[in-house]
Design a protein around this ligand. Structure first.
Ligand code: DC
Length: 226
């Protein structure tokens, strides 16, 4: 069973998806981490972000892998590029600032979508991203679209960065998040979009546990229906 979880930046997708994967014993696939890893590699290789051909070659040849483990009852996932741990690097603000330029390139999307489908084939997986329910797994059994107000999403991202030792103002984060959402939602190729059959959950006023419970109930109901 594929559970597709889409939504804009910092809407709670990662936290909620990992918790659901852990509780169901499913695998977890963070497709945003894949676009971030290609962006990180492009920065390292000094690839011009307007050079779509070079970015597509990078995406076709990139060797991304993930390792999962449970720490303090939480699922932790590390991302590797060519066997090197880049989990922290791909979350740096400079990667967040450029990732939409990389994610809009058709050749990059084609390569990464192919990899995402291969990684999930024949498995029970919780997959999070922007186009999972509309494109990558348009026949996913359960589709969730998470959202939250811009202010709340900026507040959450600020806290997350602070815990990692980065001081960034909430207002600048809100601007970055809204600008990234606009780019992700208006690009030509598989934009961020709610699938017509997705369940929408606004997480602004909800705790992680409430959102997780709501999604588990949707999954349970789906299983009973079948
Ligand atoms: O979920 P995230 O913030 O780590 O994603 C980083 C970027 O990757 C996001 O701004 C858009 C892009 N992305 C995408 O285009 N398609 C996906 N399935 C996942 C992420």
């Amino acid at each position: 069973m594929i559970i597709a979880i889409d939504g804009p930046a910092a809407s709670g997708k990662s936290t909620v998806s990992k918790e659901i994967a852990k509780r169901l014993g499913y695998e977890y696939l963070d497709t945003g981490a894949m676009y971030r890893t290609v962006t990180w590699q492009a920065i390292q290789n000094k690839v011009d972000f307007s050079n779509e051909a070079a970015l597509s070659v990078l995406a076709r040849n990139v060797r991304i892998s993930f390792k999962e483990n449970c720490e303090d009852g939480k699922l932790k996932v590390r991302t590797y590029l060519d066997g090197i741990n880049v989990t922290e690097e791909i979350r740096l603000p400079k990667v967040s600032n450029y990732v939409s330029l990389v994610a809009k390139v058709p050749g990059v999307r084609k390569a990464l979508v192919e990899t995402q489908r291969k990684l999930a084939v024949g498995k029970d997986v919780v997959v999070e991203g922007r186009d999972i329910g509309t494109c990558v797994f348009s026949d996913a059994k359960v589709k969730i679209f998470l959202n939250a107000s811009g202010k709340e999403r900026a507040r959450r991202r600020c806290l997350e960065l602070k815990n990692k030792g980065h001081e960034v103002s909430i207002s600048s984060l809100e601007r970055e998040i809204i600008s990234r959402d606009t780019k992700d939602s208006t690009r030509k190729n598989s934009p961020l979009l709610k699938a017509s059959d997705a369940h929408v959950i606004d997480t602004t006023q909800k705790s992680i546990e409430e959102v997780v419970e709501e999604i588990l109930k949707i999954i349970e109901d789906k299983k009973i229906d079948e």
